[in-house]
Design a protein around this ligand. Structure first.
Ligand SMILES: CC(C)(COP(=O)(O)OP(=O)(O)OC[C@H]1O[C@@H](n2cnc3c(N)ncnc32)[C@H](O)[C@@H]1OP(=O)(O)O)[C@@H](O)C(=O)NCCC(=O)NCCS
Length: 178
């Protein structure tokens, strides 16, 4: 698959065919095929966006609202200036790119879309950043996009456990001039 300007990111539709999607993490594939629609259209808990090229779904990102305690913030500066109650953030709950399309910028395009959503959330209702529980194999992917480790207790963490990461919108907003 060549990187293409025609890749579009749009909300999931009920009629989208999700049966043939394999990102290499069966639990993510299962969520996408069986639960992403229900969660978006019936329960209204999450919204899933899909990256589409020539009518084929190459990847998906699922987002939802969340809150974060200031004690988890990655820098003392942020911890100090925030209130003592949980602050609003956007959670990138799931992200997957079909194995046949990995390594061609689809994951980055979906994550950029999520960052745009977080800026819209910030401007409309308030929001500080994006959080993600990164699978160990994807930590480097998120780090490249500017995510850093959240300051959460690590005791009891096992190899293979997800790593909580965060991207502050103030960093991003400066970079994109918003
Ligand atoms: C992680 C994932 C979403 C990345 O999507 P992708 O479309 O392959 O990533 P991109 O092509 O946009 O890669 C962007 C950059 O990150 C790098 N990258 C991608 N996956 C990486 C990984 N696992 N480790 C290190 N770097 C990675 C790419 O080399 C690229 O670097 P470059 O900009 O210097 O060329 C995809 O591999 C995937 O679906 N993996 C399985 C499911 C998963 O782990 N999801 C994350 C759950 S938290």
């Amino acid at each position: 698959m060549a990187a293409s300007a025609e890749l579009t990111v749009r909300p999931l539709r009920l009629e989208d065919d999700r049966g043939d999607f394999r990102c290499g993490e069966p639990e993510l594939d299962r969520f996408f095929e069986h639960y992403a629609g229900q969660s978006r259209f019936k329960l209204r808990l999450t919204v899933t966006y899909v990256a589409v090229l020539d009518d084929r779904i190459l990847g998906f990102a699922t987002v939802t609202g969340a809150t974060l305690d200031r004690t988890a913030m990655p820098t003392p500066k942020l911890r100090k200036r925030l209130p003592a109650y949980p602050v609003p953030v956007l959670r990138l709950a799931r992200l997957g790119v079909d194995q046949r399309a990995q390594g061609h910028g689809v994951g980055s395009a979906l994550t950029r879309h999520v960052l745009e959503l977080a800026l819209t959330q910030r401007d409309a209702i308030g929001g500080l950043g994006v959080v993600v529980d990164a699978k160990p194999a994807s930590v480097a992917f998120y780090a490249k996009l500017g995510f850093v480790d959240l300051d959460v207790p690590r005791e009891g963490q096992l190899v293979g456990d997800p790593r909580p990461m965060f991207l502050a919108l103030e960093v991003l907003a400066k970079a994109v001039g918003r």
